[in-house]
Design a protein around this ligand. Structure first.
Ligand code: GDP
Length: 470
């Protein structure tokens, strides 16, 4: 950005400090900050028009309105721990299975679809907002509506607030499911009252937010919940063009011993077909099979369909965007270019980093503990940033190389390795692949769910007293 603006890094960083941001040279800035900087430095910024197919994931597809048809809504369930998210997801799924649609044996693929009164509804089957945030942090927008589950006997809790903040930030409409109304201690009015303070005034009280009283355990109120979802979908008019090459998001991916790479795709636009050539993140392949959570096979999957896909050459990452291409050569080239570009970026980054450390060495030799920090929500990241900035032990201090929201990824490990940093996860965990990468690269990985423990350990580390743990 400094280059683009024609100013020095130092001037830019000083300006960011005035905004209250302690930014490092390699930090990524969000759009709002960049726009603010542009105003301050009197620079005009414009959105880049992307035509390069290797950046297919950034290209916005614009369809002719006459090609658009109604598609099912995609729902994410969020809420505080133990308020009944998993039970609700299971109850909705089972309600369908009881209807006798299939053998009743389900497998977790990360999403499922139900039929309700002739319409379909897609549910993302990963309760909680960690996945939602991670997807969003990577630019994926896979949720149309958020169901905020609040236990009627417990009321609004910290993660309830976080969840609703995430949904609002993503501009996703919220339906409140007041759960556990079967309990004698249930107090739905209280939930409605509390949530009214968060701009979620119930429709019944003249507001705009639909509330549904449910008991996930006793399977009460589920029909109404599904009705409300469809009602809201009617209003929001979710549409897509089924007659184009498919594009969508990967919500889960793993390596299966017998089937090879498997990934759950949510088709957002177009129709995915068996035999289609797809690029997914930095990998590609030919769609061999598509199955749903009931192990039913599909030849085609249209907009909002969740399907588990086999046939990719390697395992993509959750949050990667996939797109079908008309021929294999193009797909292969795109995947190869993307992979090479990622590696090049990493290399540049490592180089930049070592330059950077040269500068810091000039000032105070090795008095810095570099940290790559990942957390589940922006709020806790900001809090940690503030606390870390204050640490000073005999002139030793902590330096955040990266602080971001989302699961710990391979790129975090690479960055930690490159910058000689320790990698900290707050309320987020790495998957097995990332964990083993950290081990192989000799990157110290620490997971926490209490803020002050992080501070405590970093202080210990700065005193040179920290025992390594993995
Ligand atoms: P999650 O952490 O939000 O996914 O919550 P769970 O679905 O695991 O539910 C937490 C606990 O609440 C479990 O013991 C459930 O059986 C219980 N629970 C969930 N829904 C209800 C309900 O509607 N009524 C009652 N009484 N208990 C419920």
């Amino acid at each position: 950005i400094a280059q683009g603006f024609g100013i020095s890094n130092a001037v830019l960083i000083k300006k960011l400090m005035q905004y209250g941001m302690m930014a490092s040279v390699n930090q990524t800035l969000d759009r709002e900050t960049i726009e603010l900087l542009a105003l301050d430095f009197n620079v005009k910024v414009e959105d880049e028009v992307i035509t390069d197919a290797t950046r297919y994931d950034e290209i916005e597809i614009v369809d002719d309105p006459k090609d658009l048809v109604k598609r099912p809504p995609i729902i994410t369930i969020m809420g505080h721990v133990d308020h009944g998210k998993t039970t609700l997801l299971d109850a909705i799924r089972k309600a369908r299975v009881v209807e006798g649609e299939a053998g009743g044996i389900t497998q977790h693929i990360g999403a499922y679809q139900v039929n309700w009164n002739g319409d379909k509804i897609t549910f993302i089957d990963t309760p909680g907002h960690a996945a939602f945030t991670e997807m969003r942090a990577r630019g994926a927008k896979v949720t149309d509506i958020c169901i905020l589950v609040v236990a009627a006997d417990d009321g609004v809790m910290p993660q309830t607030v976080e969840a609703l903040e995430h949904a609002k930030a993503a501009k996703v409409p919220i339906i409140v499911a007041v759960n556990k109304v079967d309990k004698p201690t249930a107090n739905p009015e209280n939930v409605m009252n509390e949530l009214s303070n968060y701009d979620l005034l119930p429709e019944a009280w003249g507001g705009k937010t639909p509330y549904v009283m449910v008991s996930a355990l006793k399977r009460q109120g589920l029909d109404e919940l599904l009705d409300v979802i469809l009602l809201l979908s009617e209003i929001e008019e979710y549409k897509a063009n089924p007659n184009r090459l498919a594009k969508g998001t990967i919500i889960e991916a793993s390596l299966d011993k017998s089937r090879g790479p498997v990934a759950t795709f949510i088709v957002e636009t177009g129709t995915l077909k068996v035999g289609d050539i797809v690029v997914a993140g930095n990998t590609y392949g030919k769609v061999r099979t598509m199955t749903d959570d009931l192990k039913r096979r599909y030849e085609e999957a249209g907009p909002a369909s969740p399907v588990e896909v086999t046939g990719l050459n390697t395992v993509p990452q959750a949050g990667d965007i996939f797109m079908a291409f008309s021929d294999e050569k193009t797909a292969r080239q795109i995947a190869a270019t993307r992979e090479a570009r990622d590696r090049e970026n990493e290399r540049k980054f490592t180089k930049a980093k070592s330059l950077d450390s040269m500068f810091s060495n000039l000032e105070d030799t090795e008095k810095v503990l570099n940290i790559v920090l990942k957390g589940d929500v922006q709020g806790s990241i900001e809090a940690l940033k503030g606390m870390l900035a204050k640490i000073d032990i005999d002139g030793f201090h902590a330096n955040l190389v990266r602080a971001g929201v989302g699961a710990i990824s391979e790129s975090d490990v690479t960055l930690a390795k490159a910058s000689d940093a320790i990698l900290i996860g707050f309320n987020v965990r790495p998957n097995a692949a990332v964990r083993s990468l950290a081990e192989n690269e000799g990157v110290e990985l620490r997971l926490y769910n209490v803020v002050y423990r992080i501070i405590e350990d970093i202080e210990k580390a700065l005193k040179g007293m920290l025992e390594p743990t993995f």
